[in-house]
Every structure is written in C-alpha cells, then in structure tokens.
Design a protein around this ligand. Structure first.
Ligand code: PAF
Length: 280
C-alpha cells in the first residue's frame, strides 16, 4: 500500500493503473477509521480493480472551530488498519496542498442544503462540496463510495456529481452499527463511558418508531421520537425529520408513494451524533 501526500504522485499512480485497464474505486474519509470505513473499502474492492482512500480532515466543512480542533486525528493507526485491506493507495495531503489559496466557490444545492443539517451547520455542505469536488478532480475515479449514515451528505454528493457532469458513479453503502445498534462514527470515540452506554437509545428509538408508524400519524411519530429520546438525561435531540430520499421534502403522510427516511441529530454531551432509518 502506497501512501502519498502530493497530488502529482497521486495522479501519476492512478494514471498508470488506468492505462493498464484498471477501474478506480475511491473512498474519501477524514480518518479516525473504524469498521464502517473498512466496509466502504470492501465495497470498493468488490466493484473496482484499484482502491484509493483519502484521509483528510477538511477544515472548510467545520462550521464549529472547536469541533475541528477536537476531531480525532489518528493517521498512524488509520494506515495500520488499511494495511490489512484491499486499499492500494492512500492520499493523505496537508491542508496547504488541498487549499493553496482560499476556496471561494459557493455551491448551490437549494433545499437539499437548507434543511436538517443545513439548518444547524451553516456552510457545512459547501465545505463538503469544495473538498469532494477537488478530490474527485484529483483522483477521477470510476466509482466513489459513501456511507448512508450521512444520508443528507450522500444526497448532496449525488447532486454535486450531476451538477458538475462528473462521470463518477456514487455508490451508497449501508450504515455499519455496533452490536447495540449505535451507528459507527469517528465521533463515538469522544463519548464518555456513561454517554456511550446511553447513545444506543437513539437507534433503539428509531427502530421502535418504525413500528409506531402503523398506529400513529407522521406528526405523532415525530413528536414521540423527540420526547422518547429527550427522556434520556444524556441525550438532547436537535432535529428529527421524516423526508423523501431524493428531494428531502418533509413527508406529511405514510400514504406518500415516496421512499421515507427519518433523519436525526442528537447531542450527547459535547458530541453530536446523527443517524437515520428507512420507513417502509
Ligand atoms: O463523510 C466524510 O467523512 C466527509 O464529509 C468527506 C466526504 C470525507 C469529506 O470531507
């Protein structure tokens, strides 16, 4: 597994693979890797010949500077973890390499960026689009792999690829969970033991909410989820919304023919956790 920091090295290696007829699968990450990331690498291995992983904590997507400072950085451990996988090339650039000058581009995703995460993390998706568009341009993969845990991000990245006419297939990969149901996230490392014990209450509530959908209206289920989660003294819901999976419009009725996804953000002490569930 080759680890490179410079764009030129990255591009030369990828070019060589492509010249030899190999397809490229790309997994962008911010490091602090866990089995969820490794499952993306596995998916990439199944669908492409040459797997590239990027590790870069992107400053432009953090609207909260404290969050950026506290974000775990574990490059040596990440590389160790990747050594046992199908990843053949790691791109781990410095901030100055990715942003030789300020990125002033403003993307417009309309409603997709205004709801849910967009309401509470202004500028976040613009930062994600800035870095992902740069990474896509540098790696020019055939396919790129993203987790469904960051559901809104996935919808926005599909939209980004369309807006920019990129010939890249965006592959959605299932959320990986701990045994107790907690969605795997690099942020979980920052939970105290007590918070960690209580955090699975989020997914347990979402799962129960799916059953409640047979007996309650959409509005009632939404209120029930917030009330149930907030009864736990370690958890504070920021939002819970049930939307369709393409335009992210609020779903008003279970009779809607659209696919319905319940998306949630919850504060657990200083750590902000997100998760989602598909309502059948
Ligand atoms: O999902 C993430 O880890 C990040 O938002 C991404 C896509 C790597 C961009 O920095």
């Amino acid at each position: 597994m080759l680890v490179v920091k410079e764009i030129k090295e990255l591009q030369e290696r990828i070019e060589r693979e492509k010249e030899e007829g190999r397809t490229v699968g790309f997994v962008p990450t911010m490091g602090a890797l866990h089995p969820g990331h490794l499952s993306l690498v596995e998916k990439a291995e199944q669908q492409a010949d040459f797997v590239v992983v990027s590790i870069f904590v992107n400053p432009t997507q953090f609207n909260d500077k404290k969050d950026l400072t506290n974000y775990p950085r574990t490059l040596d451990l990440d590389l160790e973890l990747l050594t046992g996988t199908a990843c053949q090339l790691v791109f781990a650039p410095e901030v100055a390499t990715m942003y030789p000058q300020e990125d002033t581009r403003q993307f417009n995703f309309g409603k997709l960026e205004q709801v849910m995460e967009g309401q509470f993390r202004p500028g976040h998706f613009n930062g994600v689009a800035q870095v992902v568009s740069k990474l896509f341009d540098m790696t020019k993969p055939h396919k790129a792999f993203f987790g469904q845990k960051d559901f809104q991000q996935l919808v926005i990245i599909k939209n980004l690829a369309k807006q920019l006419n990129l010939p890249i297939e965006i592959v959605a990969c299932p959320t990986m969970r701990e045994e107790d149901g907690l969605a795997m996230s690099s942020r979980n490392q920052r939970l105290t033991d007590e918070q960690r014990k209580n955090a699975p209450h989020i997914y347990q509530t979402l799962t129960e909410a799916r059953n409640k959908a047979h007996e309650m209206s959409v509005k009632e289920v939404k209120a029930w989820v917030v009330e149930t989660i907030d009864q736990n003294e370690f958890l504070q819901t920021e939002y819970f919304e049930i939307t369709d999976d393409e335009y992210l419009n609020t779903v008003e009725s279970w009779n809607s023919p659209l696919n319905k996804v319940g998306c949630i953000a919850v504060h657990c002490g200083e750590v902000r956790l997100i998760d989602n569930i598909v309502f059948e």
